[in-house]
Design a protein. Structure first.
Length: 80
């Protein structure tokens, strides 16, 4: 079995680093909220409202509050 080229290993290592980053984790959490909002809005409308419409609506009406709540939750020590 041939060893993987050095570039490929570096790329995998970089991808793993990105996926562990707090910025990427925030992106994933925000994306999940947008998809949840899309589902709720689509259910209310009776049809798929589309990602872009849901994204813009979520940013306009919910993003600031969502970010504030996440910031607060991160600063409150957990009870273990």
């Amino acid at each position: 079995m041939k060893a993987q080229p050095e570039i490929h290993r570096d790329e995998e290592s970089g991808n793993a680093l990105v996926k562990r980053s707090s910025l990427y984790q925030e992106f994933l959490a925000e994306r999940e909220e947008i998809l949840r909002h899309k589902w709720v809005q689509s259910e209310k409308a009776g049809h798929d409202v589309g990602f872009e419409r849901a994204l813009l609506d979520w940013i306009r009406f919910h993003r600031d509050e969502w970010r504030t709540k996440r910031r607060i939750l991160r600063t409150v020590p957990s009870e273990e």
